[in-house]
Design a protein around this ligand. Structure first.
Ligand code: CA2
Length: 157
């Protein structure tokens, strides 16, 4: 069965391409979704792509990810910097997670430099615009293939 990657997007990311192109670029979220779907297909992965402006909905989707998806790509938007609830839900999910940000969060206001999500993620990609989602898919494909190899060889990682 084709492994599924859940790609979750937090508040205001539905406004991409409509406002603030100087910060977030001119790509729309549906353009990023289309690029993710074709890149994931090349990597042998399926994509479940979602966006919500509601913290609780993101938490519920992360809880439901446990055992259902092989990996998670998370751009929690502004909740990155505020949400212990999303961090806790990620810990519940126990699924390899790559954190993504369109902008370089270390080059902006100091409050954006701290992420609650990072401590539950395998790693973070920040500052490459929509291309960051494709880099995150590459990273997850690599992690998942390493898992399969280590399971087959009986070795633990
Ligand atoms: O760089 C990122 O991807 C962010 O996660 C985007 C969040 C921001 O709060 C984080 O610090 C970094 C904001 C997403 C808002 O997106 C908009 C897009 C167009 C117009 C207005 C907001």
């Amino acid at each position: 069965m084709t492994p599924t990657v859940l790609i979750l997007n937090g508040p205001n990311l539905n406004m991409l391409g409509v406002r603030q192109p100087e910060v977030y670029g001119s790509e729309t979220l549906s353009g990023i979704e289309a690029a993710c779907r074709s890149h994931a297909g090349r990597l042998g992965l399926a994509v479940d792509f979602r966006q919500s402006n509601h913290e609780g909905e993101l938490v519920t989707w992360l809880q439901e990810a446990r055992g259902r998806v092989a990996g998670i790509i998370l751009n929690a938007g502004a909740y990155t910097h505020t949400s212990v609830a999303i961090l806790d839900a990620l810990l519940v999910a126990e699924t390899p997670t790559v954190e993504v940000h369109l902008s370089n969060i270390h080059k902006r206001e100091p409050f954006r430099a701290h992420s609650y999500v990072s401590s539950a993620a395998v790693g973070m990609i920040s500052g490459f615009g929509g291309h960051g989602y494709l880099l995150a898919l590459d990273a997850l494909a690599h992690i998942l293939s390493a898992h399969i190899v280590s399971k087959d060889s009986g070795k633990t990682t």
